[in-house]
Design a protein around this ligand. Structure first.
Ligand code: UDP
Length: 364
């Protein structure tokens, strides 16, 4: 079946500007989804907070105060909106311009967009990029899929299973632009990488501990979201060779990441997916990760990396000593087979086609 070209309106995360890193993996996910759909002949407009940047397609910037990140609201049974909320302003724009689009694709992990699903004239698809964090969002996810089946997607089965409506969520995986990442068959010198927001739920201290014990340098890439936490890690592991590289563009990141022997992923929460893992694979870098959340569906133990129990630093160290057993080409091949933009774009297009052609918005 040939789909007609659709017009998509993408609403970015309201926690920060697109390109700032505050939004974490969802920033790359949104831009890759746009690329995948544009490659298939569709058009995409991105709406994002003021200060955003993207080279992918038309961008409309919206002023207003950012939302508080959901990961700082664990267990919350209230919803907070600041005065002059950018989330509110983005949805006002969506309402006013909806007649120019076939579908809205929402990337906010927030109550309001879910609640608004049945109020607009066109279908809304939601990308829920984190696991369950608070009862107030969970309940709205359940109500939304009850009213609008197929409206909500997550990355992985593990992420879906954290929600009470988990069996009704679409499992969509993820894709990246393989051509942006260069495969490195053999790095020049042994070194470890850690990629992510520097924030307690991401567990950098365990990677620092493993670096200290093995004596290998650890190159750290990402936005420092919690300065106190970062300072504490440097105090706690004085003998670890920690190199903070900053928050880099995808191109600069992949150049440095490719030169690493392994990526350590040591999250202390249920990681819904873990973009950094597939970006590492694209460069031929094996991933040593905790056996938790979406990462268990990405990393193939002893083939494209190692899975160890959460908090098991000795397990990380053992895995590091066995890295020569991993074929770096197998990492790149897994990425190409499962996480290319073509594979993902096909899945997204089928999802949206179903929502649009069947007008899966609730009856009057
Ligand atoms: N990232 C980046 N530059 C850096 C470090 C990280 O662009 O220097 C991006 C990386 O590409 C990934 C995201 O930050 O897309 C981190 O996403 P992940 O899903 O691993 O974790 P999250 O922050 O969403 O919890």
């Amino acid at each position: 079946m040939q789909n007609k070209p659709y017009r998509f309106l993408f609403l970015s995360t309201p926690v920060g500007a697109l390109g700032s890193g505050v939004g974490g993996g969802v920033e790359l996910t949104l831009q890759n989804a746009a690329k995948a759909l544009i490659a298939r002949g569709h058009t995409v407009e991105i709406v994002a907070p003021e200060g955003s940047q993207t080279s992918v397609t038309k961008l409309t910037q919206i002023a207003g105060n950012p939302q508080i990140s959901a990961q700082t609201q664990v267990g919350a049974d209230v919803v907070l909106l600041p005065q002059d909320s950018v989330l509110e302003n983005m949805w006002s724009y969506a309402r006013a311009s909806q007649s120019q689009f076939d579908l809205i694709f929402n990337f906010a992990y927030d109550w309001l967009p879910l609640y608004l699903t049945p109020f607009l004239q066109i279908p809304i698809a939601h990308w829920i990029s984190m696991s369950s964090l608070s009862p107030v969002i969970d309940e709205m996810i359940s109500k939304t899929v009850e009213l609008c089946p197929h409206a909500i997607a997550v990355n992985t089965r593990a992420c879906a299973d954290t929600f009470s409506a988990g069996d009704r969520l679409m499992i969509m995986g993820k894709g990246i632009d393989v051509s942006q990442y260069q495969f490195v068959a053999q790095p020049d010198t042994p070194k470890l990488a850690w990629v992510g927001r520097i924030s307690p739920e991401k567990g950098l201290e365990d990677a620092a501990s493993a670096a200290q014990s093995t004596g290998l340098p650890l190159h750290i890439f990402g936005l420092i979201q919690d300065q106190v936490y970062w300072q504490q890690i440097q105090k706690d592991f004085p003998k670890a060779e920690l190199h903070y590289e900053g928050f880099l563009s995808t191109d600069a990141l992949q150049r440095k990441l490719g030169q690493c022997t392994a990526l350590l992923m040591t999250p202390r929460w249920v990681e819904a997916f873990g973009n950094a893992a597939i970006e590492a694979f694209a460069c031929g870098v094996p991933v040593i990760s905790y056996r938790s959340g979406g990462l268990t569906e990405i990393v193939r133990d002893r083939q494209t990396g190692f899975l160890v129990d959460m908090g098991d630093v000795d397990g990380l160290i053992l895995a590091i000593s066995q890295l020569d057993k991993i074929n770096r080409l197998a990492c790149r091949q897994q990425l190409e087979a499962e996480y290319s933009l073509e594979v993902w774009g096909d899945r997204l297009e089928k999802w949206f086609n179903n929502l649009i052609e069947n007008q899966l918005i609730p009856p009057e």
